[in-house]
Design a protein around this ligand. Structure first.
Ligand code: COS
Length: 378
């Protein structure tokens, strides 16, 4: 087994690390506090071709793999958690197009997403369809060459700034998952509007908004993967999305460990840096070990995907483990910083609030355990 990145992968990673150090990290606090979508960061990432890493060159991508995408995502998330979350959510719109898009859909929609010219979002969740993803009630009817949708979506990451949306509607709401169908929507389509933004525990600069469909029309050719295949589209999208959330969680955990390490080396108590005390060393060692395990699980899931092997179980494990590691690591980082860790002077309290998102979004820890159990009991 080879754990080395190839020369090409390493070259991308080196460029990304430099970009993160110079551009993202220095203004990560500002990006978080601003409440503004991080357009400037995203524009620079587009210049570096970071949005289309696993997309083939004919659709504007780099033609690389999900392993590189995952490793890059970890670097971005570690440097700026908000930008990392946008990067992860963007893939939820790209991936179903990569997997199911017709040639025309790929040219029209995948290309601007891969080049970073446009941001994407994925609309599945509804007030009554969260963990129960098969219960989508947004109705869809084919009329005069258009699908007409009525209903709403909630908590949609990137909604607002995004210009391309993959939306799961239902041709037969009475038949649950069996009627679900995926559609492509663009900003400005008749009857399609963006609703309220959620005020959250963390990530104020990351939009999580409602999508509202009131006789909203999308052309018939914008059906993705064919009628009544929407549940499969959603599940397969979430498989990759879970790797995306895993890498975001690893980034948050790594950022917390870095702050804990530097504080422990500087903070003097009882006449020596607290890093000299075994009580602190044990915490730091556990944090580092767990992060390494989470990172390897995420990279393994991405590698399995790249090699065409089943990766769904590993993706769920990666998301589950990495998000719980992020929660444990950030909690311990606050503990290492003590009273200062509880203040807003240091970023670890923010990281702890951010970590909680990953245990919930794109399938709660409980759902990941169900998915894993289904696989191992098969
Ligand atoms: N890839 C492809 N097909 C899949 C799949 C996957 N990962 N998971 C399920 N399917 C298919 C099954 O093969 C089955 O097909 P058939 O009807 O042809 O046999 C069908 O989908 C139904 O599968 P299953 O019975 O397992 O579905 P459930 O309704 O029991 O749902 C869970 C399973 C709970 C795992 C699913 O609803 C889920 O993942 N929920 C969480 C959703 C989520 O993450 N929400 C947050 C969204 S944030 S964007």
């Amino acid at each position: 087994m080879d754990f080395e990145f190839s020369e090409d992968q390493q070259a991308v990673l080196d460029a990304v690390r430099e970009f993160c150090e110079e551009e993202l990290k220095p203004k990560a606090e500002e990006t978080d506090a601003s409440g503004e979508f991080p357009w400037e960061n995203l524009r620079k990432m587009a210049e570096l071709d970071l949005f289309g890493i696993p997309v083939s060159e004919e659709y504007g991508g780099l033609g690389m793999d999900f392993l590189t995408w995952a490793a890059v995502g970890m670097e971005i998330s570690q440097a700026c958690t908000t930008t990392g979350a946008v990067f992860g959510a963007h893939m939820l719109a790209q991936y179903p197009l990569m997997l199911f898009g017709t040639e025309e859909q790929k040219r029209k929609y995948l290309t601007p997403l891969a080049t970073g010219e446009k941001i994407g979002a994925f609309g599945l969740t509804e007030p009554g369809a969260g963990s129960d993803a098969g219960n989508v009630r947004t109705s869809a009817v084919l009329q005069d060459g258009y699908y007409v949708l009525n209903g709403s979506k909630i908590f949609i990451t990137n909604a607002g700034p995004a210009e391309i949306y993959i939306v799961i509607g239902n041709l037969r709401p009475d038949r649950g998952a069996r009627g679900m169908t995926a559609f492509i929507f663009e900003t400005g389509y008749e009857g399609f509007t963006i609703g309220k933004n959620e005020k959250k525990m963390a990530f104020p600069s990351l939009p999580n908004r409602e999508l509202i469909f009131q006789d909203a029309k999308t052309p018939a050719e914008n059906v993705l993967a064919g009628e009544k295949r929407g549940f499969r589209v959603a599940m397969q999208t979430l498989d990759v999305g879970r790797i995306g959330m895993g890498i975001g969680a690893v980034g948050v955990a790594e950022a917390a460990l870095k702050h804990a390490l530097s504080y422990a080396k500087e903070r003097v108590q009882f006449g020596q840096p607290i890093s000299a005390f075994q009580a602190i060393q044990v915490k730091l060692a556990d944090m580092a070990t767990e992060i390494e395990c989470a990172r390897l699980l995420c990279l393994q899931a991405a590698w399995l995907k790249d090699t065409g092997k089943p990766f769904e179980k590993q993706a769920a494990m990666a998301k589950l483990f990495a998000s719980e590691v992020a929660m444990r690591t950030t909690t311990q980082a606050v503990q290492v910083l003590g009273g200062y860790g509880y203040t807003k002077e240091f970023p670890v309290e923010r990281l702890m609030r951010e970590a909680k998102l990953f245990e919930i979004v794109e399938g709660t820890s409980e759902i990941q355990r169900l998915v894993i159990a289904n696989h191992i009991l098969k």
